[in-house]
Design a protein around this ligand. Structure first.
Ligand code: FES
Ligand SMILES: [Fe+2]
Length: 440
């Protein structure tokens, strides 16, 4: 269990906090490119506890800046996005996407000095339909992230976004907590409801897997394992990638390419972005008779979008309606009575409270990956304060050995040998998947 101080370090993301500093070393997925139109309305974006606006100028460049005007602090959300700049509606000062002041319209020409004032702006870059933000202190930003799901061309990858109303860490931890799958999502599923060639059946045959965990160049990795047929082991591999990414084992390892970002908006709100290769194998949720498992049938619905700080990608099922829990369904058909894998995860995670009270937890061996990941985050945040550049910032290609998914392998292999052997057989549409040389 982390100390109270360490819990504070792990969960607080604002400017000047140790975790806030660590997060600011990395590029963050900020919004979708199609959320910003040239000369269109600015978008309110809360990122790492900073209220920002994102906008696209006449020529298509993206600006990302403090929403407050540097003159008298009016919100630039109300600004006029016109002719290559954003003009504050209070006194008409105009800024370009880099924050440079182009005009101080209310100041007599002989007193105007626009080059002496600037809006606070961050670097933004677009790749494959995503706007990335760099909020760190380097003059030259580090390279963009480099792992398969974010390198795929826009046409080959789907991304979906959902607001989560709680701290980023507990949200991330749900993705590296594999034993919940046999309960929260599959609790009433019987192994013989799944076809014999569906390896996911092993996950519901034995619902208490053992874990191996290791520190890796990109973060942490686990291999959860249980017996399959005689002489064979069923594995589920997953990863935490600095600073907030998870690769989860919700598909067949050989061709399952995914990445899930838990971007802290502030201490109690998180924007989830799921990147998935459109050709991912995902037969896990289909039963013998061809029907989808209970609780997985309806797509996620959203509330109408608003222009508020938390107005984007809000799920229609949420704490206000108890995530739509249906007690009859819960009794007879699904473990939770809540429709949708994502909403099941959301209900349990948000119900921990806005920030999980670590002092009240009782972690056990099934939480090995969570404990290891917290330690790694803490060590890395403290090392950064002492001047050590965190993993993957300058060498993002070191993430290319991370792949998640499930498979069955000979029990004669060690878990690390099984991982490497499976990686060598895996499909790589980017051609850039690598076999990692060693654990940290
Ligand atoms: S407050 Fe923005 S121009 Fe005055
Ligand atoms: Fe889950």
């Amino acid at each position: 269990m982390p100390t109270a101080t360490d819990s504070e370090i792990l969960t607080r993301v604002g400017p000047g906090t140790p975790m806030g500093q660590l997060l600011r070393e990395y590029w963050l997925p900020a919004c979708r490119s199609d959320e910003l139109q040239a000369d269109g309305a600015p978008l309110r974006l809360m990122l790492l506890g900073e209220p920002l606006i994102a906008w696209r100028d006449t020529s298509g460049r993206v600006g990302l800046m403090d929403h407050r005007c540097p003159h008298r602090r009016t919100s630039l959300f109300f600004g006029r996005n016109e002719q290559g700049g954003l003009r504050c509606v209070y006194h008409g000062w105009k800024f370009d996407v880099t924050g440079r002041c182009l005009e101080q319209a209310n100041v007599p020409a002989r007193f105007a000095a626009p080059d002496k004032v600037a809006a606070k702006a961050y670097k933004a870059e677009e790749r494959n339909g995503i706007v990335w933000a760099y909020m760190g202190g380097r003059r030259e930003a580090p390279p963009l992230p480099c792992f398969e799901a974010v390198l795929l061309p826009e046409a080959e990858v789907s991304s979906f976004w959902v607001l989560r109303e709680c701290n980023w860490l507990q949200s991330l931890e749900g993705d590296i907590d594999t034993s919940h799958v046999g309960f929260l999502h599959d609790g009433l599923l019987k192994p013989d409801e799944l076809a014999p060639d569906t390896i996911h059946r092993w996950a519901v045959t034995d619902r208490a897997p053992e874990y191996d965990v290791a520190d890796m160049p990109w973060g942490t990795m686990y291999g959860a394992h249980r017996d399959a047929t005689p002489g064979n082991t069923y594995y589920r591999f997953a990863h935490f990638l600095f600073p907030f990414w998870a690769l989860i084992p919700a598909g067949e390892f050989g061709n399952y390419i995914t990445a899930r970002a838990w971007v802290p908006m502030d201490d109690t709100h998180t924007m989830f972005t799921h990147f998935a290769w459109r050709k991912n194998a995902s037969t896990n949720r289909i039963r013998n008779d061809g029907t989808m498992m209970p609780g997985t049938r309806k797509p996620l619905g959203y509330l109408p979008r608003t222009s508020g700080w938390y107005g984007r990608w809000r799920p229609a099922l949420n704490a206000d309606n108890d995530y739509g829990i249906d007690r009859d369904e819960q009794r007879d058909h699904s473990f939770t009575g809540i429709e949708g894998i994502h909403m099941q995860d959301t209900a349990v995670t948000e119900s921990m409270g806005p920030i999980t009270d670590h002092a009240g937890e009782h972690l056990t061996v099934s939480d090995l990956m969570i404990a290891r990941t917290r330690q790694r985050l803490l060590r890395t945040a403290k090392a950064l304060a002492a001047g050590t550049v965190p993993p993957g910032v300058d060498d993002p290609q070191s993430y290319l050995g991370a792949r998640s998914g499930d498979f069955v392998a000979s029990s004669s292999l060690t878990w690390r040998e099984a991982y490497v052997a499976e990686l060598r057989k895996s499909v790589s549409p980017t051609g850039r998947l690598q076999v990692p040389l060693a654990a940290e």
